[in-house]
Design a protein around this ligand. Structure first.
Ligand code: DOR
Ligand code: ZN
Length: 423
């Protein structure tokens, strides 16, 4: 793709509120304007460091009808992301070093963000035997997850963490205890599931797994990352663990910040997701936890599915929704506009901290001279009505379709290359 390689972005507001002209050359933010640089007027716009998504389902290899690395990362760039951590639940599962190398090779053919493979905790996500953790580590993997499922037993979590400990790897746990809900559980257990006659997941299915894992992590001194916290009970257990110095971090998803189980009354299976959309009280609890830092990160759980996999009765439809293009929009709506997060805190929750958790030293850097030119230009006031047909993802399972929402991402640069611009 031929495009300018030098840029001058004038009058941008940095996350700390100061204003600056930014100059991009050779993939870096540089001191002075280069002759012939393409100018961008950023008056009134905020320049954030490129966003880092710790939790993306890119579906390749194996499920290319749902998404590819090319389409998923194009959607990510549109969402302001410059790095995506590719979840291991592909076909085949990313459970060996060779398979992690394979994901990187696919990404080298045309991704619009850096793609970082996550390794599975157990072989084939089967919850029986540990994956080749040493081999994955040798291939540069630092984050391990059976996302989609909880690691089923405390013993397996302990065994995995013991293998992660020498290189300070992190176990990213999907917290949803399957023994607390029947096989047809498909939504939050509460008034809406009663009303619709659906089987629900109780909130405690999340918090009991968090409680189990924080105790194991605390006992071993190893790192735990709690994926997609959705409940007030989960937040309470996290606070308990943090107060005791457990090395635990946690993420919340845009949809758990913005949507509740009330959406299910529409009957639209787009709203089926794991963990499920919860109550208004749970939404308030995760917002508060994100504001006070108990939840460290916003990740997306971008989960594209083929239309046929969603066009089923609610209990049988696949769980998951696309999320990466509107992630910042959801954060602006729920946290920035109400004054609960500053732009500096958004940069922290969506760039600096996820990069640190995922051990990516060259991402999540400050917007400053000498740093890699990973950048997103944000218009805090721009809005639009979301149209799922406009998505760069192959997924059409967009929970914001038809909604009037913030539409803040104007342009994204990854390593000095512009990977998205709004027209
Ligand atoms: O709803 C979900 N979908 N939750 C997950 O944890 C996995 C994801 C998927 O892969 O579709
Ligand atoms: Zn998950």
């Amino acid at each position: 793709m031929s495009q300018p390689t030098t840029w001058t972005i004038t009058g941008a507001t940095l996350p700390d509120g100061t204003r600056a002209d930014l100059h991009i050359a050779d993939g870096l933010l540089v001191e002075a304007a280069r002759a012939g640089a393409t100018r961008v007027d950023a008056d009134g716009l905020v320049a954030l460091p490129g966003l880092v998504d710790l939790h993306t389902h890119l579906r390749e290899p194996g499920q290319e009808a749902a998404e590819t690395i090319a389409t998923g990362t194009a959607a990510a760039a549109r969402g302001g992301f410059t790095a995506t951590f590719a979840m291991a639940n592909t076909a085949p599962t990313t459970d060996t070093g060779a398979r992690a190398d394979g994901v990187r090779r696919l990404a080298a053919r045309g991704a619009s963000t850096e793609v970082v493979p996550i390794g599975s905790v157990t072989k084939g996500l089967a919850g029986q035997e540990l994956s080749d953790i040493a081999g994955l580590h040798a291939a540069g993997v630092t984050v391990f997850s059976d996302d989609g499922f909880s690691v089923p037993t405390a013993g397996l979590v302990r065994a995995a963490m013991e293998q992660l400990k020498p290189f300070d790897g992190v176990l990213a746990e999907h917290c949803q205890d399957a023994t607390l809900a029947g096989p047809s559980a498909c939504c939050h257990e509460g008034p809406v599931s009663d009303e619709l006659g659906l089987v629900g997941w109780p909130t405690i299915a999340e918090s009991v797994i968090i409680a189990r894992d924080v105790q194991i992590a605390g006992y071993l001194g190893t790192r735990l990352h709690v994926c997609h916290v959705s409940t007030a009970e989960g937040v309470e257990v996290l606070r308990w663990a943090r107060a005791r110095g457990v090395r635990v971090t946690a993420e919340v998803m845009p949809h758990h910040l913005l949507l509740t189980a009330d959406e299910l009354r529409s009957g639209d299976t787009t709203y089926k997701v794991n963990p499920p959309l919860r109550s208004a009280e749970d939404v308030e609890a995760v917002r508060e936890a994100l504001a006070d830092g108990t939840i460290d990160v916003v990740a997306t759980d971008h989960a594209p599915h083929r239309a046929v996999d969603k066009a089923k009765p609610f209990p049988e439809a696949k769980p998951g929704m696309i999320a990466i293009e509107q992630a910042l929009a959801a954060v602006v709506e729920t946290m920035v506009n109400p004054g609960r997060l500053s732009w500096a805190q958004v940069a922290d929750r969506m760039s600096h901290t996820p990069a640190r958790i995922g051990s990516l030293p060259h991402q999540g850097r400050p917007v400053a001279v000498g740093e890699p030119a990973n950048l997103v230009l944000v218009d805090p006031t721009r809005r639009s009505v979301i149209d799922r047909e406009q998505s760069l993802s192959k997924g059409r399972n967009n929970p914001y379709h038809g909604r009037d929402l913030a539409d803040p991402v104007l342009a994204t640069w990854w390593a000095g290359r512009r990977t998205w611009v709004a027209r």
